[in-house]
Design a protein around this ligand. Sequence first.
Ligand code: IMP
Ligand code: MG
Length: 328
Amino acid sequence: MGGFFGDEGKGKIISYLTLKDNASAVVRGGVGPNAGHTVIWQGREFKFRMLPSAFMSPNTRLLIGPGVLVNPKILLDEIERTSTGDRVGVDYNCAVIEEKHIQIDRGSEYLKEKIETTGTGCGPCMADRVNRVAKTAREFDLLTPYLTDVPLEVNGLLDGGKVVLVEGTQGTFLSLFHGTYPFCTSKDVTASSMCADVGIGPTKVSDVLVVFKTYTTRVGGGPLEGELSPEETDRRGWSEFGAVTGRRRRASEFNFKLAKRAVMLNGATMAALTKLDVLFPESRECRDFDVLSNAAKGFVEKVEREIGVPVKIIGTGPSVEDVIDRRR
Ligand code: IMP
Ligand code: MG
């Protein structure tokens, strides 16, 4: 799950866990192609807006849960770029984003100018879904080769003792229920909803991992406490640009208060902290907690104290392998 406003580095963490834990399936929950997850694997950069971030593991099923909105063009393009067609599964009941949804998202002053949505048609498609007039994946011939019953597949794997990862999108404070309404996305995006998105009951979940970045960023409108000027953001090396829209991300220091609340709202059992190397350059590509500088260790320990759950995974560089894993 994302602990702030999205873009915490979930894609990288999911990729790492897929390889390390030999996941049988990675299932994407969340809203839809408004989210972009970036994975740097063997020197190449991949951006995913539909597929789960796990293509590098050849035996892993790549599933999209029925709660997720699908843009068929973006999905097919990602399948082609990663040659993963034989292991992608899209649930029959995913609602499909059509051109009209994108036009409404981009044409509405309220959505485009005030909320500063991603313009990917997600909100308008979700509204159609709530009104029971959206079309579902089973009505699109292009998607036929991939259609499957995702909840049945996922629960079957779990019953067989296999590892399944659920990849959340967006971030806790973009939630329609728990976020900074009306500056938020079009549904809840906390762990409970992520389970519903993919058809897993809460009793089946063994761990909830919330991902934070060592600083806070936000794209689009809405409050950001302690927001830094673009110049100061640049000076700190925190300038980032959105994976979906290319917009400059607004930035502030790590927000301990929000992080603590995200742990509560998601029922987190552990946390991941990405981009430690941006705050502490000497930690770059480090894979062992013990050799971190005292300053870097101190920061991680402060986060743990404030949020009340252990930081088990730490990102120390852009690549999937640049991780400190403290789970064992
Ligand atoms: P929408 O989800 O496109 O309707 O956009 C609503 C708000 O959520 C805007 O502020 C977007 O920038 C933000 N948003 C939606 N998805 C993401 C994401 O995956 N990362 C970061 N911001 C997002
Ligand atoms: Mg993103």
